[in-house]
Design a protein around this ligand. Structure first.
Ligand SMILES: NC(=O)c1ccc[n+]([C@@H]2O[C@H](COP(=O)([O-])OP(=O)(O)OC[C@H]3O[C@@H](n4cnc5c(N)ncnc54)[C@H](O)[C@@H]3O)[C@@H](O)[C@H]2O)c1
Length: 314
């Protein structure tokens, strides 16, 4: 399938990031949300994303203006999706809302259009029940900031066709994304499950008084996090043991001790939340910078890191 025309439904954080990516790669996008005010705000976010790309030499000043001309906005969902080849839905993660929106998209879109959801917390099994043609419904999950982070997780529910997964996978690769196609559906997919495991342990370390929130973040960033951009957990184990079999043999006992002492919470206890909120708000970076300043700082660091990891993987 030759994807040319894209509709983005939902113009919040993720919808704006997707639109930035699509238009910067030369695609026409119709961006839809429920009010003109939200769409105006999204356009200014998209412009500032593109100016960030320009500042970093990813795009020329002329290309920024040309890219912006490739966006149409509308509050009418039917207008947005009617002639689209690919529809990326990014409304709030609420199943009743996703059902309403998927039903409307499915009814208004061409029969051969792909409908992708950005959903983080919901499963495609549940979302696609609202569609008369569930085979073209795919989960295409980006990582924030989606116009910079390469990874996209792709998956489907039981009714998703292998062709739809393949089209979404090829399209994301064409956009320059690195894709992982899940073999099975699971809440949180891969990235958010790994993040949840780390966050649970980080919260418990603060709750138990082992370290401050700032020291836990420092241990992560200057310890394991430093090699995380190019070494995943399995490659780390392979290197730590001199080979992967030896790692599991040699570290069996020490992992048993630490795993036995780790929490298995299925939700965060209020006492742990209180402790972490207090400490995070006291972190100098958090106390002295606005959220927009922190995002700009993060994006600058990400661009530097992307350069390094590109070299590291070659
Ligand atoms: N924020 C993240 O880090 C992140 C990362 C990956 C995926 N996601 C997923 O992306 C989706 C969007 O998240 P977000 O962070 O952009 O949320 P957001 O709150 O920033 O934006 C959601 C947008 O949906 C719009 N919306 C609500 N009802 C609508 C309707 N009927 N028609 C059209 N638009 C409607 C809202 O007006 C809002 O602009 C969610 O499914 C979320 O799980 C979020």
């Amino acid at each position: 399938m030759d994807i040319q025309k894209i509709a983005c439904v939902g113009a919040g954080l993720i919808g704006s990031d997707w639109t930035t990516l699509f238009i910067s790669k030369g695609y026409r996008v119709t961006l839809q949300d429920i009010s003109e005010e939200i769409l105006e705000n999204a356009l200014s976010v998209i412009r500032s994303n593109l100016l960030f790309h320009e500042k970093n030499g990813f795009i020329t000043p002329e290309a920024v203006e040309q890219a912006l001309k490739r966006i149409d906005t509308t509050t009418c969902l039917e207008t947005a999706v009617g002639d689209a080849d690919y529809i990326q839905e990014s409304v709030f993660d609420d199943l009743a809302l996703k059902h309403r929106v998927f039903k409307a998209i499915d009814a208004a879109a061409r029969k051969d259009a792909i409908i992708a959801s950005s959903a983080s917390g919901l499963l495609m099994t549940d979302i696609q029940k609202a569609a008369a043609l569930p085979g073209r419904c795919v989960m295409v999950h980006p990582i924030l900031p989606a116009h910079l982070i390469p990874l996209v997780e792709i998956g489907g529910g039981p009714a998703t066709s292998p062709q739809s997964l393949d089209i979404a996978d090829r399209f994301m690769k064409k956009l320059g994304k690195t894709t992982v196609v899940l073999k099975k559906e699971v809440p949180g997919y891969i990235v958010n499950r790994l993040q949840a495991a780390v966050l649970r342990e980080a919260m418990d370390l603060v709750e138990k008084g082992v370290a401050t929130a700032e020291d836990v973040d420092t241990a992560f960033c200057k310890g394991c996090g430093l090699r995380d951009p190019f070494i995943g957990p399995f490659m780390r184990a392979h290197l730590a043991g001199d080979n992967i079999e030896r790692f599991f043999k040699n570290y069996d006992q020490s992992y048993r001790y630490r795993l036995e002492s780790m929490e298995t919470w299925t939700s965060f206890p209020p006492s742990a939340i209180d402790a972490v909120v207090k400490e995070v708000n006291k972190m100098p970076m958090v106390a002295n910078k606005s959220i927009d300043e922190l995002k700009a700082w993060r994006n600058d660091k990400l661009v530097q890191l992307l350069e390094v990891t590109r070299e590291g993987q070659n």
